[in-house]
Design a protein around this ligand. Sequence first.
Ligand code: 13P
Ligand code: SF4
Length: 335
Amino acid sequence: MSTALLDLPVFDPALGFVEAPIDPTLDLFEEIQRLKKEKNAVVLAHYYQEADIQDVADYIGDSLGLARQAAATDADVIVFCGVHFMAETAKILNPTKKVLLPDLNAGCSLSDTCPPDDFAAFCAQHPDHTVVSYINCSAGVKALSDIIVTSSNAEHIVRQLPKDEKILFAPDRNLGRYIAQETDRPDMVVWQGVCIVHETFSERRLLALKAQHPGAPVLAHPECEEAVLRHADFIGSTTQILRAAQERPEREMIIATEEGILHQMRKASPEKTFIPAPPDNGCACNACPHMKLNTLEKLYLCMKYEQPELVMDEALRVQALAPIERMLAMSAGVK
Ligand code: 13P
Ligand code: SF4
């Protein structure tokens, strides 16, 4: 008899739930709230998650805010609605807690294109460099790093390093170039990784959009290419862009980051119009395919069955913890 006939889910560690019927009459919001209480679970979500997930989450934030929340929570179960490196960071900070990710295949192009072995060889070519890595990397890369940064605190942290300290930055070449410029460190060695969402914004189409909306400032994430950042009126992490969108007086703004953030912007400032910056791929959307692997249904199933769970090697976890703790200590006061 198949497990489906018994109404048991079929869980494949590589694919997730392949056969897991959900009663269509269930109110998934109510069920998720009930499961949170029953399991003493906290749901942490990134701004790039679909709107339903943001609405049911206990905390929504950028990578720094989510890492801080993960470090501070007293929940027994952390359900991380984001991508793999984010859930991994939560596990590194919380070895005794259960960390769940609705879809374990939710990766990240930055992390995926910086394999730890290649990165170790790259670091070996620059032995006298302090290794500063963007949090969008695997635990293996974190373990090879001296300090982890996010887009919120990268500039703040790099400014704390002595001016003559040699820095190797990975894996985002756009954030690396931006931080090198802002901190006046032209010799910074930068790994050449890119975010597949932010690299697709088109300068040509952005200029055309600006011509149609001459009063609209451009708010951009530093993962964007230089050609786009040069037209930005504000550059910051997702939390910083969100705050700027609320505080700025203009009624129309062009947003150059993943589209999920528009949900919080529209909730916070319903009277304003937020226009997504256009990508160069013929598509009208700026969605991260990795972030969007998580759905409300998968969130419900993962809370109900406590799978898929993020597990990691303890020796690797301990090595990856030190640079994250350094980041948290060096970014006190960063918002
Ligand atoms: P922040 O939310 O830290 O700005 O990061 C953006 C991002 O691309 C996360 O994957
Ligand atoms: Fe990675 Fe870019 Fe997706 Fe963020 S938006 S998870 S950096 S691929």
